[in-house]
Design a binder for this molecule. Structure first.
Ligand SMILES: NC(=O)c1ccc[n+]([C@@H]2O[C@H](COP(=O)([O-])OP(=O)(O)OC[C@H]3O[C@@H](n4cnc5c(N)ncnc54)[C@H](OP(=O)(O)O)[C@@H]3O)[C@@H](O)[C@H]2O)c1
Length: 251
């Protein structure tokens, strides 16, 4: 069952003051907007992504707005070695000592195609970027999340995660897998850590990925990443501290 955020939710301006939050896929789309929004609410954001120019642009926007200076962590989730994820955690520990938030946002869609013609390289790539990488980042960062007195881990779900849909192949499977991973984490850490683990299904949002899936639709009718930020703030901040193991819908 999908959960909604409170109607007309108004986050406090300092909701994330003093928190360190890692955002994956922070250079574009929903991830870039979430990074800027978390910084605007007081967080120091670690901008993880594969295109340095895009990460630098988000960095500049945050600094120019006088929000806490972010950090940039370039990594290609497709080609990264297992050890790169533990290096990431080591670097975060050296710089920040703990982690209060983790938004698993980076993902690929590639092509929609029927199973019978499914491209095996695309299958493997989507498994790596959309599912194995969030697992490895979570695995590497768990000791840092445990050090926080209120940590929120957010996985990114999708409408095609809740029920399999023709042609969505590996993308749908990885999104369903992320929801399952989110619930496993929630179940394992509940009662003996202050870590919450939830998913957000952002719905249809005006980004490059949506354009790839629906090139013919009128994108001007879709919500923008900014429109859906109340949900991203609610689930990241302490206003949602009583919830874990839930899939939040933005609608
Ligand atoms: N938009 C929608 O309607 C919609 C609906 C349901 C779920 N979602 C989910 O929402 C999340 C954000 O999607 P979006 O719509 O904002 O898509 P987007 O604009 O395409 O952004 C995807 C982000 O992931 C990064 N990324 C992709 N492959 C990567 C890799 N190998 N290593 C590191 N980073 C990588 C991209 O980096 P580059 O820019 O450098 O490629 C980009 O920053 C995804 O999890 C998506 O599945 C979106």
């Amino acid at each position: 069952m999908l959960k909604s955020i409170p109607k007309n939710y108004q986050p406090s301006p300092d909701l994330l003051q003093g928190k360190t939050i890692l955002v994956t896929g922070a250079g574009d789309g929903i991830g870039a907007t979430a990074a800027r929004t978390y910084a605007a609410h007081g967080a120091t954001v670690i901008l993880l992504g594969r295109t340095v120019k895009k990460l630098e642009s988000v960095y500049d926007q945050i600094v120019n707005a006088d929000h806490p200076e972010p950090a940039i962590y370039p990594i290609d989730l497709e080609g990264a070695k297992d050890s790169d994820y533990y290096d990431l955690a080591d670097n975060i520990e050296k710089e920040f000592s703990c982690l209060d938030g983790l938004l698993h946002n980076a993902a690929r869609l590639d092509s929609l195609m029927p199973l019978e013609q499914y491209d095996l390289k695309i299958w493997a790539r989507l498994m790596q970027v959309n599912l194995t990488a969030p697992f490895l980042i979570t695995h590497a960062c768990l000791p840092l999340l445990k050090k926080s007195d209120d940590a929120s881990v957010i996985f990114t779900s999708s409408g095609v995660a809740h029920h399999g849909r023709a042609y969505w192949g590996a993308y749908g499977v990885t999104k369903a897998g992320c929801d399952n991973l989110m619930q496993i984490l929630a179940d394992e850490v509940e009662n003996h850590t202050s870590i919450r683990s939830n998913s957000i299904d952002p719905g249809a949002v005006r980004t490059r990925m949506r354009r790839l899936a629906y090139p013919a639709e009128d994108a001007s009718l879709l919500p923008t990443p900014e429109d859906i930020m109340p949900a991203y703030l609610y689930v990241m901040g302490s206003d949602s501290k009583d919830f874990t193991g839930e899939i939040f819908s933005v609608k």
